[in-house]
Structure formats: structure tokens, C-alpha cells
Design a protein around this ligand. Structure first.
Ligand SMILES: [Zn+2]
Ligand SMILES: [Zn+2]
Length: 180
């Protein structure tokens, strides 16, 4: 999604668009094979853009669907993620000028990105937002019973013969796994 800076009115405008999931999956790269995470279907984006001079303020809400593998029972499932952020986009500082302004920027709460020229590509911002929203570990449901630590049976599908046997103490912390 590319937008011309001068097309953003000071009072703001709404944009909604779909961001292709292809480049997100590319950015997941090798990580995707470990965790089984990959996006399917485009990311839905709702934005409110406003502008003060050359500084663009973005409020962005995203919703994306991710295929992943449960960290406890290893079953594949679909997760819907959504998040809302605010960011500001500023013209790239001139490298020949002193960088005192940049130090000030880093103290702001808003995420700050830079753009060059008269057009802004919103895709990198959206991609960062989506990737930052991904949880590091996911479980298919809060009460997922996981796999039997002895025979490997998926305990969501019923009990196994090992029930009542001792839990290997090295694996005990896994019982407390939660999504953050
Ligand atoms: Zn599970
Ligand atoms: Zn078992």
C-alpha cells in the first residue's frame, strides 16, 4: 500500500486494505519451519492517517490468520491475531545535518519510521506490526492436555495406559506452559 504524502489531509483520512501475506511468510523464513507458523490469507488493515506538515501519524489495526502448531500437543491449528498501534512517519533526516534530532526521537513512545520522497509505502509498517504481534509460543486451547510424556499419545483424544505414572521431573515445567 503506497500513499502520496500530499493526499493525506491534516484532519485525517481512513484507509482499509489487504496486505499480501507472501512477504510476511518470506520474512518468517527459517523460523517458520521450527514453529510451524505461517500466514494464510491476506492481512486485513484499517488505518487512520493524519498529517502535520511532513510528519504522518498512523493509527493502525490489523487482523491476520496464522497456521501454527500447538506447543503442547503438536496439533496444527489456526490462530487469529490482531493488534492496534500508533506510529509516526517522518522524512528521512539529511545525513549531512547534525543528528541531535534523532536522539530526541528515540525518547518518544510512538514507533517512528522514516520515508523518502513524496510517497510512503505502508507495507513495512504493517509487516512489522504483524510480526511483533505473533506470540512466541502458542497452545491450541488454554486447557490443552498435551502429549503423554511417556508414550507420546495426544491426551486431548483420550487417556493412555501410562496414566498415574510418574512425570519425568525434567519435563514438569512444561505443565505450566502458557501463552503470553
Ligand atoms: Zn494443543
Ligand atoms: Zn502414555
Amino acid at each position: 500500500m503506497v500513499i502520496r504524502v500530499e493526499d493525506i489531509p491534516a484532519q485525517g483520512k481512513q484507509e482499509s486494505f489487504l496486505e499480501d501475506e507472501g512477504s510476511l511468510n518470506e520474512r518468517l523464513g527459517g523460523e517458520a519451519t521450527d514453529s510451524g507458523l505461517h500466514f494464510f490469507g491476506p492481512v486485513q488493515v484499517w488505518m487512520n492517517l493524519s498529517r502535520s506538515g511532513r510528519v504522518i501519524l498512523v493509527k493502525s489495526r490489523i487482523e491476520a490468520r496464522v497456521k501454527c502448531v500447538c506447543a503442547r500437543c503438536l496439533d496444527p491449528f489456526t490462530l487469529t491475531i490482531n493488534s492496534e498501534i500508533q506510529a509516526s512517519l517522518k522524512p528521512k533526516p539529511d545525513p549531512h545535518l547534525a543528528s541531535s534530532e534523532e536522539i530526541e526521537l528515540s525518547r518518544e513512545d510512538l514507533q517512528t519510521d522514516f520515508y523518502e520522497g513524496e510517497e510512503v509505502d505502508l507495507s513495512p509498517l504493517v509487516q512489522d506490526q504483524v510480526l511483533l504481534t505473533l506470540p512466541p509460543k502458542v497452545v491450541c486451547r488454554e486447557d490443552c492436555r498435551g502429549l503423554c510424556q511417556r508414550c507420546g499419545k495426544n491426551l486431548n483424544r483420550g487417556t493412555c495406559q501410562c496414566e498415574g505414572a510418574e512425570v519425568d521431573p525434567r519435563l514438569a515445567p512444561l505443565k505450566d506452559f502458557r501463552v503470553h
